[in-house]
Design a protein around this ligand. Sequence first.
Ligand code: IMP
Ligand code: MG
Length: 192
Amino acid sequence: MVLDKEIEKKVVDQADIKTIIKRLGKEVSKDYYDKYPILVGLLKGCMPFMGDFIKVLDFHLELGFMDVSSYHGGVQSHIDVRIEKDLSMPVRDRHILIVEDIVDSGRTLHAVIELLKQRGAKSVQVCTLLDKPSGRKIPYSPAYIGKEIPNLFVVGYGLDYQERFRNLPYVGVLKPEVYSEEDRILTNQSDT
Ligand code: IMP
Ligand code: MG
């Protein structure tokens, strides 16, 4: 009840998440059952989603993780993210399915996809729990999308605000008073 009190409204509740994961599991299983892919989770946001998602996948796969942080603003070079933690295995000739919490501008994915292709991956696709297509700066459409949401800042089920709220079991919008003064202004602006 501690975190609940700071949430204004739920955007994707626990039942929705369960339904979404079941559907994504079917779609991905149909395409990957004979491909022995590496599922690459983007830390830290992927954690709850990936944990639940792999349990509905009944085929052989490997798990890998990367932690990347996007640089916002500045020059939009083709790789504008910093790799904090890299994969521990080669991807050459392997099918890769990136598991992401949310796609917003598309910058993070663009950079990671380019990198994995450069390293010789046979294919690179994306499975994201949430998609905010209206936030896109680089055109990209993930192959597997749990749910499209409007241009809102959401937390929970892996998604954070200043590293908090990742452990909330659903996805929601924060009450305005939870934000710092500076962020409150930014959030209001992005609503308009
Ligand atoms: P992109 O490079 O702008 O697509 O950034 C995607 C990353 O930004 C996600 O993996 C999240 O970590 C973060 N992000 C984007 N939108 C939200 C949000 O609404 N809440 C929390 N984190 C977000
Ligand atoms: Mg993320």
